[in-house]
Structure formats: structure tokens, C-alpha cells
Design a protein around this ligand. Structure first.
Ligand code: PLP
Length: 439
């Protein structure tokens, strides 16, 4: 018998949470199915955020649940250091076919953050393998979110996540592209902002291309409050990096698997990076997993530089390619394909755009932005309490049965791709009423 009751909320140190306020007013989720969560007392909550941007096929989908159950019976765990199991090779091959162009080799990790740190190390290992030992600098972007490992917070650009922690040396940040004066209420990609990619030329002039290993960006920044790439911006980053032998890494932890239509944002937006990180929707959120897709030439350069029998890349995780995650990943890819969910996201996107832009003109709304099945509604901050207005909307929404996500005063929406038009109306109409009622 333990001293604490089973329902004691105190011992769990909750991540990215105001622990004291949550524990005084808990919001608990007990089960989920398709488009809804259910609270312990059975109240349905319409999921407007796919959990944390990950449940793209909707909750507790039978084929995924059964694949995990089956795999737990067959092979609960197997290492992938000097050993292997069939499903992880199969998943790598499937992803290699899904990722664009020659991004056809895959390194597995346990999360998005681990995927990011793996990608940064792969970039450095590649440059070293090619004989460019001095190419060690990394370039990220302001407001970028690349998880919470030390590599990720170094290239990331969210001040709260970096403050108080040491970060890697030799890292610069491009400006972010959010500008309400120039591009508020843009529908899809803003037409203003491509020139900001030219800052990369200035950094290259300052440090010398021969010192820079890689540039990492989210094609669409999610966690910073949905920042949609300006028309031509990613193309310019691609052109400049290619010209200077700098690797381009897309962090597609949020954008892959249909979120912006297409299997990846890279495919949808027509810009192919050298490395592509994914997680979240890879297993529909059901089992933790991250992955880094790399061009075949990158894999070969790193692997072929080592002695034939030696380990080529001293990196990996106990859970790299975990059998349950691999099973969940394969079943998830089947669901996406069988149900045509990437296509569905593309087809729903105009309806979604129309619905969210219908909130324009409501009190406090200073911007609305969207791409694919993602949208942000930015509210004016209360002068004395930044973030409080959106947080009030979040709390009321949860109490009244809809799940939204807030970052500062930005409301971010990213529902499962199985959402119906009627559910889009329900979500947006209800949100509209709540915003009207919020002071
Ligand atoms: C773009 C991006 N990269 C990395 C991460 C980190 O992923 P994880 O929380 O699985 O470590 C996230 C999480 O939201 C993300 O949005």
C-alpha cells in the first residue's frame, strides 16, 4: 500500500504545463475515439488539435490498435544495435518510398526531439565524411521549434525554451517570417516575405560557406503559432544552400503525413530538403517514434567512409525502431493510404480556410492564417497579461467540449484529417461564440 492515493495529481511533474494551476483545476482525458476525447465522466471533447498535432487519422483506429496488440504478443522489444527485426526494415522501405525524390534512407528515434538531434549529428557526420571538417556551424530560425534536446533548443528560436540553458556554439538564426503589418489575414502562403531568405547569404558572407554544415527550418512553424512560409521563401533557402554545399533540413514533425496536404510539406510545396525529420503522425501518435529521412548519397557518404566492419555512426537510441512503434507506423501508413487522407486534407482545405477566415471581424482577432488543415487565430494580447486572453478561450473551450491549442495569444487548430464538414462548422461556430464572450 503506497502512502499516496492513486488519484493524487501531485507526483507527476507535467511537461510544458502550469503545474500548480492545472492541479487546482485539472482537465483530464480518459478515453478517445475518432474525432473525440472523453473526460472521466464521459463528456465528449471535439478534438480540434489532433492531440498535439499527431492523431491525423483520428483516435483509437482499429487497424492501428490491433497492429500494436498483435506486435506486443509477437515481439515486445528488440534492439536495433547490431540486430534487427523485420518490421523496422519494412517501415524504413515504406517511408523511403513515401518521402520525396531520393530521400530513401531512414534513421529512427524515439521522438521528434531525438529526430532533430539525430538529423543535426547526421549533417555534421556527412560534412566530415566529405572532408569538410570545418563545416560545423548550424543555422536555425527565430521562433523555430525543434524540440527540447540541447541541439534542438540551440537551433530553435523560442526564447522561453532557451533561456537559462547552455546552447551549442556556432549557431545563428535567420529572422522569422511572421509580419502582421505586411501579411495579416493571408490565405495560404503570404506573398510578402521571400526576401527574408536572403539573410542566409549575409550569414554565409560573414562566416564563410566552408564553416556551415546545415540550415534547419520547419516548412511551416507550428509551435510558435503557425507561421506559414511566404511564397518563394523555401525555394530561395533551397537555392542558396545548394549553391554553397550547405545541407537543408526540414523539420516536418508537424507537417508530414497530410497536415498540409500531401504526404510531406516538402512534396506539397515542391521544395526538397536533404534531410527530413518526422514523428507524431508517423504512428498516429499511438506509440512514440521519430524518424530522419536522408538522401541516399548522405547515407552512403557516412557509411562508406568507415572500415567495412566498423560502426559508421556512433549514435542511436534503445528505442530506435521499437517493434510496437514500427507496427503502429506501418498500420498508420496503411490507414492514411487506404482512406486517402492526404487527398482528403487537400480537398477539405478550402472549406477549412473559408470557415476559419469567417472569424475575421470578431472582437480581439488581429490575424488569421492557414495552410492545409492548420490554422491560427491570433488575438490581441491584454496589455497587462500577455497570453491570458487566449488561455481563457482555451479553458472555456475545454469546459464546453472543444479542444484547441494556444501559444501566447495565438489559437492553433489542426484537427484530425477525418474531420467532417459538419464538425468543422461545429468547431468554428463554437469557437466564434467563445471568442465573442471573452473579455
Ligand atoms: C517541428 C517540431 N519539431 C520537433 C518537435 C519535438 O517533438 P517531440 O515533442 O516528439 O520531442 C516538435 C513537437 O511539437 C515539433 O513541432
Amino acid at each position: 500500500m503506497t502512502a499516496r492515493a492513486a488519484n493524487d495529481l501531485d507526483p507527476f511533474w507535467m511537461p510544458f504545463t502550469a503545474n500548480r494551476s492545472f492541479k487546482a483545476h485539472p482537465r483530464l482525458l480518459a478515453s478517445a475515439r475518432d474525432m473525440h476525447y472523453f473526460t472521466p465522466d464521459g463528456r465528449p471533447i471535439l478534438d480540434g488539435t489532433a492531440g498535439l498535432w499527431c492523431v491525423n487519422a483520428g483516435h483509437a483506429r482499429r487497424p492501428i490498435v490491433e497492429a500494436i496488440q498483435r506486435q506486443a504478443e509477437i515481439l515486445d522489444y528488440a534492439p536495433t544495435f547490431q540486430l534487427g527485426h523485420p518490421l523496422v526494415f519494412e517501415l524504413a522501405a515504406r517511408l523511403g518510398m513515401l518521402f520525396p525524390a531520393d530521400i530513401d534512407h531512414v534513421f529512427f528515434a524515439g521522438s521528434g526531439s531525438e529526430g532533430v538531434d539525430s538529423a543535426l549529428k547526421i549533417a555534421l557526420a556527412y560534412q566530415r565524411a566529405k572532408g569538410f571538417e570545418n563545416r560545423t556551424r548550424l543555422i536555425g530560425r527565430q521562433k523555430g521549434y525543434h524540440g527540447v534536446g540541447f541541439g534542438g533548443i540551440s537551433v530553435g528560436g523560442l526564447e522561453n525554451n532557451r533561456r537559462g540553458f547552455p546552447t551549442l556554439p556556432g549557431v545563428d538564426h535567420l529572422s522569422h517570417t511572421l509580419n502582421l503589418k505586411e501579411a495579416a489575414f493571408s490565405r495560404g502562403q503570404p506573398t510578402w516575405g521571400a526576401h527574408l531568405a536572403d539573410e542566409l547569404d549575409a550569414l554565409i558572407a560573414e562566416h564563410g560557406a566552408e564553416t556551415i554544415a546545415a540550415v534547419i527550418v520547419e516548412p511551416l512553424s507550428g509551435s510558435a503559432g503557425v507561421i506559414v512560409p511566404p511564397v518563394g521563401y523555401l525555394e530561395r533557402l533551397r537555392e542558396i544552400t545548394a549553391r554553397h554545399g550547405i545541407l537543408l533540413i526540414f523539420d516536418e514533425v508537424i507537417t508530414a503525413f497530410g497536415r498540409v496536404g500531401g504526404a510531406t510539406a516538402s512534396e506539397t510545396l515542391g521544395v526538397i530538403p536533404d534531410l527530413l525529420i518526422c514523428a507524431k503522425g508517423l504512428t498516429n501518435g499511438a506509440v512514440p517514434m521519430g524518424a530522419v529521412g536522408v538522401r541516399g548519397a548522405i547515407y552512403e557518404a557516412v557509411v562508406n567512409q568507415a572500415a567495412a566492419s566498423g560502426i559508421e555512426f556512433f549514435h542511436g537510441y534503445t528505442y530506435s525502431g521499437h517493434p510496437l512503434a514500427a507496427a503502429a507506423g506501418l498500420a498508420t501508413l496503411d490507414v492514411y493510404e487506404d482512406e486517402g487522407l492526404y487527398q482528403r486534407a487537400t480537398e477539405l482545405a478550402p472549406y477549412w480556410e473559408e470557415a476559419v477566415h469567417g472569424l475575421r471581424g470578431l472582437p480581439h482577432v488581429i490575424d488569421i492564417r492557414n495552410l492545409g488543415m492548420v490554422a491560427a487565430i491570433e488575438l490581441a494580447a491584454r496589455p497587462d497579461a500577455p497570453g491570458a486572453r487566449a488561455m481563457d478561450v482555451f479553458h472555456t473551450a475545454f469546459d464546453e467540449g472543444i479542444l484547441i491549442r494556444v501559444t501566447g495569444d495565438v489559437i492553433a487548430l489542426s484537427p484530425p484529417l477525418i474531420i467532417s464538414r459538419a464538425q468543422i462548422d461545429e468547431l468554428i461556430d463554437h469557437l466564434s461564440q467563445i471568442i465573442r464572450r471573452t473579455r
